[in-house]
Design a protein around this ligand. Structure first.
Ligand SMILES: [Zn+2]
Length: 568
């Protein structure tokens, strides 16, 4: 073989893998961002995977069931934002880089000493654990690979991990894997179930006009085939799918879903980037009613006005129109980021049904026009929906019985919050101060606090999700219990002071702890209901120290706890 041919083959061999792996080719800088941890990256959550009321905005990196791992700046930059909150991201750090991107590190246990000192100074100045800071570009400069924080489990985190995000200048989160942050994955996505929806009045599937679950048969090669269906009119499909990566059993999100009708593509859902403004529209993307009643997330492969940028279809918004006597094949391709694919093949036979079906729609005296505002009022209760709170027009359940408001079930996706108001002038002034608006949750109708904003005799709250609501009364004061000390104890060798705080009714609204009348920073962890003070903050300098903790619940019931401890 002539040398130049061998060279050509060699070049081809070398080039080919790059060519194929460049399917994820993009305009994002590659290898600019390093890993934020020193351990191999194993994910418990992927970018844009489906969560409650939102798409996940970053990757969740497992931290070996531990807290306190070093968190590294992914690239040179400056700390542009620090946010500490009880819920949500917990302790979070934002680093803005010269290329315009911002990396986000969340659920941290603490910041690196320089940043920690900066945060604590502001917390002590403001006398608040929760804080949001926007340091100047020169205040906290960091280098790529330097330790900026320690991983943790703070805020709304269900176990130790690092939540890592990359955002562009518009603050839109982007899949970090598009920047070359690599996760080992040779495992195909898993298809758990597939559904078909007849859409509109005259459509049918298997001689029914309701959603049908299809029998799914896995093939030896990892693909799937369903039973053949008979359909007529406009239909759409839905799929429940997750992806497992090689080094962990977690069921994470997939990267893309495409669909093809007789070989031509009619849909492309691409989880590479979204905006926080659209994240609530996840509830429209999934079959929300099915999710709320069965706990399973079916991703709809047709765009019923979901308004999502991840959803791309040039052909009929993903809907299929099935004609009588015509057979078609619908194929769905589910891919993870590494382009491991799972294909689902659905044979469809066009069969016009012999009899007509009537959709049985529940009717009530109250109707929502999605694009106009609606006020519902009965007796002392008033409900206000802004325009475009809902996606569709529909009959809404609305009934008031004494102080209970029946507002259907939380099975209708909503884009906005709405308000509920009670006129409480029929209560005595003493009672009015103890009332709050609760959502009645679950079979046992447990009252869950929604709000208690009071203007004169009007008590109101803002909430999302239909359901049953009632006025509830909280006369129980919060409880305050020392965890690791008792009164008059010597605590010289203690690093932390721990106090448990709780409230059984409306929940804790605020807390304040002082030593010798000086405010002390106590970190509140809602999961363990614990306040923690670090003696290294150096507030308790006396030998004899007076500790005072005041906790107030959401209707204003307040408890004061006082104790004395000694240190030298
Ligand atoms: Zn996360």
């Amino acid at each position: 073989m002539p040398i130049f041919v061998m060279r050509l083959i060699l070049v081809f061999l070398l080039v080919t893998p790059t060519f194929f792996s460049a399917q994820n080719q993009n305009n994002y800088p590659q290898d600019y961002f390093g890993s934020p941890l020193e351990i191999p990256l194993i994910l418990s959550g992927t970018f844009a995977e489906l969560r409650a009321n939102h798409f996940h905005s970053g990757m969740d990196i497992k931290t070996q069931q531990r807290v306190g791992l070093k968190v590294l700046a992914a690239a040179d930059g400056f700390v542009s934002r620090i946010k500490v909150q009880h819920y949500g991201y917990g302790k979070a750090l934002y680093i803005t880089h010269p290329n315009g991107y911002t990396t986000v590190y969340a659920h941290l246990s603490e910041y690196s000493p320089e940043i920690e000192a900066y945060v604590k100074k502001h917390q002590y100045d403001k006398e608040s654990y929760e804080i949001e800071l926007f340091p100047h570009t020169q205040d906290l400069i960091v280098e790529k690979g330097s330790v900026v924080a320690y991983s943790g489990n703070s805020g709304g985190s269900g176990g130790p991990h690092l939540h890592f995000e990359i955002r562009n200048k518009e603050e839109h989160p982007i899949n970090p894997m598009l920047f070359g942050i690599d996760i080992k994955d040779t495992t195909r996505p898993l298809i758990s179930s597939i559904y078909v929806y007849p859409i509109g009045d005259s459509s049918t599937v298997n001689n029914a006009n309701t959603r049908q679950k299809l029998r799914l048969t896995p093939q030896n090669n990892g693909d799937y085939i369903t039973e053949s269906i008979e359909a007529y009119g406009t239909i759409g499909f839905g799929v429940n799918t997750t992806d497992r990566q090689d080094l962990a059993g977690n069921r994470n999100g997939v990267y893309s879903i495409q669909a093809f009708l007789n070989g031509s593509q009619n849909l492309d859902i691409d989880f590479s980037k979204f905006s926080f403004d659209e994240t609530i529209q996840l509830n429209r993307f999934i079959d929300y009613e099915h999710y709320k009643t069965k706990g399973e997330r079916i991703q709809k492969l047709y765009n019923d006005n979901n308004g999502l940028s991840i959803f791309k279809s040039d052909v009929n918004n993903g809907y299929l129109t099935i004609e009588d006597s015509i057979s078609t094949v619908y194929k769905i391709r589910v891919s993870d980021f590494k382009r491991n694919d799972a294909w689902i093949t659905i044979p469809i036979k066009g069969v016009k049904p012999k009899n007509e079906f009537v959709k049985n729609e529940t009717t009530t005296p109250y109707y929502i026009y999605a694009n106009s505002a609606t006020n519902l009022k009965e007796g002392r209760v008033s409900v206000d929906f802004a325009s475009n709170t809902f996606y569709d027009d529909f009959h809404i359940d609305f009934k008031v019985k004494n102080d209970t408001l029946f507002l259907g079930e939380d099975t209708v996706p909503m884009k906005k919050y709405f308000s509920i108001s009670y006129d409480i002038s029929n209560y005595s002034e003493a009672d009015r101060n103890k009332l709050y608006i609760a959502r009645l949750v679950g079979y046992r109708k447990y009252p869950s606090y929604e709000g208690a904003t009071r203007k004169g005799n009007i008590l109101s709250c803002s909430t999302r999700g239909l359901g049953t609501f009632a006025l509830a009364r909280d006369e129980t004061k919060p409880t305050i219990t020392p965890v690791n000390f008792r009164k008059d104890q010597w605590l010289s060798n203690y690093r932390y002071l721990k106090i448990k705080i709780d409230d059984s009714g409306s929940g804790i609204s605020n807390y304040r702890a002082t030593v010798n009348d000086k405010w002390i920073l106590t970190e509140y962890d809602y999961k363990t209901k614990t306040l923690t003070y670090d003696f290294n903050d150096g507030v308790s300098t006396n030998t004899k120290n007076n500790l005072k903790v005041i906790v107030t619940d959401n209707v204003g019931n307040s408890t004061t706890f006082e104790s004395v401890f000694y240190r030298k």
